[in-house]
Design a protein around this ligand. Structure first.
Ligand code: MG
Length: 338
């Protein structure tokens, strides 16, 4: 392990994973409350309680700028935590909001962030029931840390993919990362690139209502490191191969244009309103239709399958008929996106 922390150690890719495995997991020694614990490095933890499971998760939000096309820090802070609960199979019950504010921040900005948190929480709906406020001398603007608690009948991990399963995505890929990058670089397109930041509990719930929780084998929200990182984590944790078809992965034309201009793959950057879901093949069509009936899942697609070969790896069959490995990025190529 290097002797200083670099930005990449928080960028959601392989470098961050090394920090978590070599430093965090080796130092914290009490890591499980009986269910999915810290060692799993999943989107949240589960705590068995009677015949159900409490699901618990936390997320720090440091995005810059605080207001960006399609969203802001407040919407991101609520969506990020709700989505981590949702992909564990948990109905969000309540959120906690810890605000770390840099001295000098305009009160008006604080109010706008809070209003955005409120309206996003109402969409779910999930109440914000507790919180904490700190002000520091450093001119940091504002950071928001949100924790969430939910209840699951049948928790879903990111490690349950089985050979033969189908892989679904709830909509277009790369919107959040590319919108932020283009905004920062001052690149504009005919159609404005917008972040997809949104709570996706309704999409997950619609599928569970249709095919049953037990038939959702694995889920993950493809945030930092994007689709590439999410699929690679799922393949390696379940020790299976994943084959996706490039032609079936939905990418907006303006996201594709920006990615070509910036030389960044849309598969490697963060999404903040999407879910990758792995379900048995016989339930895949029903799951896809259920997603498409929801407001946030209209562009859902079946993008591939779980295979026996290439265990721990992700393959992509390309538009020109070849196959290549889809490697996880070392870190999200667009920094400070969440
Ligand atoms: Mg997550």
């Amino acid at each position: 392990m290097e002797d200083r922390i670099r930005l990449e150690h928080g960028a959601g890719g392989e470098v961050m994973e090394e920090l978590l495995r070599e430093v965090v997991l080796k130092t914290l020694t009490l890591k499980s409350a009986g269910g999915i614990g810290l060692d799993a490095l999943d989107d949240g933890a589960t705590i068995p309680l009677g015949d159900r499971h409490v699901v618990f998760t936390i997320d720090g939000h440091t995005v810059r700028p605080m207001f960006f096309p399609g969203g802001d820090l407040g919407r991101l802070a609520v969506s990020g935590t709700v989505n981590d609960l949702a992909v564990m199979g948990a109905e969000p019950l309540a959120l906690a909001n810890s605000m770390i504010i840099g001295e000098g921040l305009e009160t008006d900005i604080l109010v706008r962030i809070l209003k955005s948190m409120d309206s996003t929480a109402r969409e779910v709906p999930v109440p914000i029931v507790t919180g904490d406020t700190k002000v520091v001398e450093e001119k940091i603007g504002m950071f928001v840390v949100t924790a969430g608690v939910g209840l699951a009948e049948h928790p879903v991990s990111d490690a349950g993919s089985k050979v033969g399963d189908a892989v679904l995505i709830s909509g277009t890929v790369g919107d959040h990362g590319m919108a932020l990058m283009s905004h920062r670089e001052g690149i504009s397109f005919e159609t404005e690139l917008k972040s997809d930041v949104a709570p996706i509990w309704s999409v997950v719930k619609a599928v569970a209502d249709e095919i049953g929780w037990e038939n959702i084998h694995a889920m993950k929200d493809p945030t930092r490191g994007g689709l590439s990182n999410a699929l690679n984590e799922m393949a390696s944790k379940a020790n299976v191969g994943i084959l996706v078809r490039e032609e079936d992965i939905p990418v907006r034309p303006e996201v594709k244009a920006a990615s070509e201009m910036l030389g960044i793959s849309p598969y490697d950057v963060a999404n903040e309103g999407k879910v990758v879901m792995v379900v048995p093949k016989e339930h895949a069509e029903d799951a896809l239709e259920a997603m498409r009936r929801t407001e946030r899942g209209k562009e859902a697609a079946m993008i591939g399958e779980v295979i026996e070969e290439y265990r721990g790896k992700v393959l992509v069959s390309t538009l020109i008929g070849g196959r290549r490995f889809l490697e996880p990025p070392a870190g999200d190529p667009v920094p400070r996106v969440c």
